[in-house]
Design a protein around this ligand. Sequence first.
Ligand code: ARG
Ligand code: GLU
Length: 707
Amino acid sequence: MNRKSILALLSALMLSAVAVADEGMWMPVLIQNKIVDMSKAGGKLSAADIYDVNKASIKDAIVHFGGGCTGEIISSKGLLLTNHHCGFSQIQSHSSVENDYLKDGFVARTMGEELPNKGLNVKFLVRMEDVTEGVLNGYKEGMSEKERSSIIEINSRKIIADATKGSNLNATVESFYYGNQYFLFIYKIYRDVRLVMAPPSSIGKFGGDTDNWIWPRHTGDFSIFRVYAGKDNEPADYSPSNVPFTPKKYLKVSLKGYKEGDFTMVYGYPGRTQQYLYSDAVKFIVDKSNPLKIGLRTLRLNIQNDEMSKSQAVRIKYASKNANVANAWKKWQGEALGLKASQAIEKKIEFEKEFDKWSANRPEYNGLTNQFRKLYSEIEPYSILNDYINESVNVNELPKLAGTLSAQLSKMKNEERQSVEKYIISQLRDFYKDYYLPIDKSSFVAIMGEYDRNIDNMYKPEYFKSIIGKFGSVEKYADYLYSNSLLTDSLKAYASVKNGSFADDLTNDPATIFYNEMNRDFNSRFKPALNDMNEKLSLLYRRYLKARMEFEKERNFYPDANSTLRVAYGKIAGYSPKDAILYRYYSTIDGIMEKDNPEIYDYDIPQKLRDIYKNKDYGIWGVKGTVPVCFIATNHTSGGNSGSPVLDEKGNLIGINFDRVWEGTMSDVLFNPKICRNIILDIRYVMFVTDKVMEAKNLINEIEFAK
Ligand code: ARG
Ligand code: GLU
């Protein structure tokens, strides 16, 4: 590239950062407020095209997939597109050493071959509505937070009951801006969702955890499902007689491509962001919480990776668990780096100084900063303990099953023996199917060892101190626990179910006792104080947000993500993470070939893809002698936006969102438009893989292409 074009690219990059706001995840029901801005950025949709309750709109093609991802409907017969990593646990659970769909991929050639998935559902939003007034009905300024919460709970329950009475709908009331506003969400949940196609992991998870959270990227991160309904098109439990769901709306696929600067919109379910954190909270994340959690997960990952590399069966068993542990582990590292590089803490402190000056003579807001300071220093040891509970005490698989199953069984005491047995057996089956004791036990030794070394004695349960005293070390205690628990030996466990003693045996089991004692102590000695401080914090944040909306009059505030449907929009754009480095905005199949490596599991592409590449057999999916694979844009997204449709200015599907770039993973806390980019799988690569690699012509024929 010559100097002139570099300059042109640079100035385009800078322009695109200035020209659109990019930051923000907007509520569909209020999208009217953003339409002018969206059309300035190139959008051509009306508010009613995006969200409407009276006629079909794009929202009717979007689902919350399995509670943690997003999906979109792409045919009149309920065909659904999401990420490979979103369908990963389903693909994994249908896989075995003989039928390894993780490794080889899966295609249903007819609808009869589509695979049902226990527990998987998709949620369509019927409508959303501001219910702040009703939720706060009866609340008066000056009431305690406890009183407020109980009023909110009672009112919400009534609002939900009224909204769903006599219907098959579900509803929730969610808080926005830390309880300054409340919205009702009404959903229709479909429970029969079947797997239709998954590419091999060497395409769908290409680059594995090495490439995860990184640009340039070449991951074909998609899988295809189908929603089924009863004969009346309403939700139904799985049944062979169910029929493909007929959607109100499905997305059309656009093959026309895009260029830098083009408008894009992401429509989906971001999980959780914390954009308005006080500086001390960011400091805690960067200096304490992230490093601690990363350290604990590093220990677990090393153990898992080691065992997985030794056995094909273990690799399949732990594929999904391992991916989950690794994903946040890596993100936390990028987040801490990005927050430092963006000087997030310094910027927050600067802002807070200005805010303090402004609030000094406003009695209703005065002193907020000091109160934040004080509370954050009080809460720190409790938060650290809480991190250890979540990342070491409660992630040991066998004790966790023992403790949770035993609690569940005591709730089922009065139920019929047969149904209780059935329940236990299904729990045990699910557990043993993906369990490998040596991993769990080594993990226990490693992470409970960290707990033992790093947690101050006063925060440890007497029980823990006494077992370590008695056995001499965590390791020796683990030897005891993992050889004497009933769950250690699956045959013994099933036998004890048969002879009716399972529930009693489990109550007295060392694994149950460990899990229960550790949690009981935390819940009784520390949890109440932690909850109390969190309550105080949420009150502070409520006031802080209200104050900031007055202080920053010009700013267009958007609520933190809370797993409700949002719209983000922006432009397709490369970025420059560092001096002298410029990233182009798209990747191609040529990059896959550069990374291809038969020696490394995550880079060992199917031979078929190599052959196709050699013969340049790209069909109608190729562009100028190559196939586009991924691209990046300035849309503000978060975890949960995986699988979200990425739409062009007319609302046609150009890609599937699946990740963010390394330098921008801090966008949950601070969005920096210069470096925050979402990573999108190009829909043409999806079609190419479906058609040429998987040869699923039936699916291609089912999809409608935009003209
Ligand atoms: N980073 C993406 C997301 O947050 C993709 C994760 C896929 N999982 C993985 N371990 N590679 O979900
Ligand atoms: N991969 C993420 C998910 O599973 C989306 C990427 C992100 O966190 O931005 O939702």
